[in-house]
Design a protein around this ligand. Structure first.
Ligand code: GAR
Length: 209
């Protein structure tokens, strides 16, 4: 049976699109995107998902306590029998209730080499700090901000002429690449977690004889 992915987003949705393309192209095999949820009305990602015929819902978070809101989202994901939750530009911290409902089944993509530059405007933070390299991180999600064991990272060199926008653009290309790769690894169970370390197993059929 196909593995079912739920995507949560708050805006543009380019990481959602990259995941959807990878599913379509078989780079994430035996999987489907079962549901897309946004906490914000008018999130472009919702329109993009609907155009592809994917069930895409806005569940507005305004005025609701974190846990009350998360219960609504968890219920929608459970109703759609989602195996893996992918945060893709989802600008909310998850409650312990949410994390417990999908143990080691929630991934996030973040535009820096964590633990450097968590939170908002990570590309600007990296530039202002004078870092020579930044990049992106796919990690399992826990209750803390941009924490949780790291599955994959990609490095991007920072150039003298970079602005937050030009750096964000180059990092985004790497985000789209490694998010699909990480989702595949997790859905295929090709990893084990030791403490904070995610140790990756070789793809099936690639072992040395
Ligand atoms: C991406 O750069 C993603 O890494 C970042 O928001 C952007 C969403 O773009 N996420 C975070 O900063 C989470 N802490 P997208 O909507 O086009 O995928």
């Amino acid at each position: 049976m196909k593995k079912r992915i739920g995507v949560l987003l708050s805006g543009r949705g380019s990481n959602f699109e990259a995941l959807a393309e990878s599913v379509e192209a078989g780079r994430i095999p035996d999987a489907e995107i079962a549901l897309v949820v946004s906490n914000r009305e008018g999130a472009e990602g919702i329109e993009k998902a609907r155009r592809q015929g994917i069930d895409a819902r806005v569940i507005p978070s305004k005025g609701l306590e974190r846990e009350a809101y998360d219960k609504l989202v968890v219920a929608a994901l459970q109703e759609k029998k989602v195996d893996l939750v992918c945060l893709a530009g989802y600008m909310r911290l998850l409650s312990p209730h949410f994390v417990a409902a999908f143990p080691q089944r929630i991934l996030n993509i973040h535009p820096s080499l964590l633990p450097a530059f968590p939170g908002l405007e990570s590309q600007r933070q990296a530039l202002e700090h004078g870092a020579k390299f930044s990049g992106c991180t796919v990690h399992f999600v826990d209750e803390n901000l941009d924490a949780g064991p790291i599955v994959l990272q990609a490095c991007v060199a920072i150039e003298d002429a970079d602005t937050p926008e030009t750096l964000a653009e180059r990092i985004l290309r790497e985000e789209h690449r490694i998010y699909s790769e990480a989702v595949r690894i997790v859905l295929e169970g090709r990893y084990r977690i030791e403490g904070r370390r995610v140790l990756l197993h070789a793809p099936k059929g690639s072992e040395r004889k």
